[in-house]
Design a binder for this molecule. Structure first.
Ligand code: SF4
Length: 249
């Protein structure tokens, strides 16, 4: 994959870490990366505005008491929606069951369907770089999707498919209890927060069941429109700041 803003940030992080063992990204270094992107980063501290929390729908009683392992095995056998007929693998999700940070995308693509893992194709490579640039390791976070089976031809999940699958994700969130959820793109925005307009709402803190939510662009969109990486990086920095990963001034 061509080098991008996240490669540059990761490269500088590694350099800086070898110098003084402190992990940070200096604002002047970040600014360099924004010369050809849409907007400059906001180095000032971020306050999280009070938001009306979107209450989760009640979790399906059949799965409300399941552990993560039980939930996974139930999903592996699931035939609740038509996506079960064309899938090769159920992509349940992966990462730390104690993750403070969770990423939610829309659904598995071809690579994910073949491997049974979320975000392993080109968009997955970019997401891994985004996570690394945020000074997390991929294994420290949890990654899941709105639907666990691949929609044919990578189309968006239909409302009935998304709504049928949603209880699995709701229970995953309930069990993992992340401090922050990063929503990747319009599909999770629609089905998790019941909102439309990712371009308008990205970068604005929201809330799901009292968990802070940061909507931003999906990595697949960033592959199509690399200029949007700049504003996406702004969004991710807001999340980093909540975790104390601030830029040194
Ligand atoms: S997408 Fe979800 S609800 Fe549909 S078959 Fe797969 S696991 Fe079941």
């Amino acid at each position: 994959m061509k080098k991008d803003i996240f490669d540059e940030i990761i490269g500088h992080l590694r350099e800086l870490q070898t110098q003084d063992k402190t992990t940070f990204i200096a604002p002047e270094i970040v600014n360099e990366f924004f010369t050809d992107t849409q907007a400059a980063p906001k180095p000032e501290s971020v306050s999280v505005p009070a938001q009306a929390s979107v209450p989760a729908d009640p979790v399906d009683p059949a799965i409300a008491s399941m552990t993560l392992e039980e939930l996974n095995s139930s999903a592996q056998k699931c035939q609740k929606c038509p996506l079960c007929t064309s899938r090769k693998n159920v992509v349940f999700g992966e990462g730390s069951p104690n993750a403070d940070l969770m990423f939610i995308g829309e659904g598995p693509g071809l690579d994910e369907d073949q491997q049974g893992r979320p975000f392993v194709g080109k968009a997955g490579e970019l997401l891994t770089k985004m996570i690394t640039a945020m000074q997390f390791e991929r294994k420290q976070v949890y990654i899941a999707n709105i639907v666990k089976c691949r929609p044919p031809k990578n189309r968006n999940p239909l409302p009935e498919e998304a709504n049928t699958c949603l209880p699995y994700l709701q229970r995953q969130i309930e069990l993992i209890q992340p401090k922050v959820i990063v929503i990747l793109g319009a599909v999770p925005l629609k089905y998790l927060l019941n909102k439309v307009g990712i371009t308008r709402l990205r970068g604005q803190w929201d809330s799901y069941n009292n968990i802070k939510v940061m909507p931003t662009f999906h990595p697949a969109y960033l592959l199509r429109d690399p200029k949007a990486k700049g504003v996406t990086w702004n969004d991710l920095q807001q999340v980093m700041k909540l975790f104390g990963k601030v830029h040194k001034k």
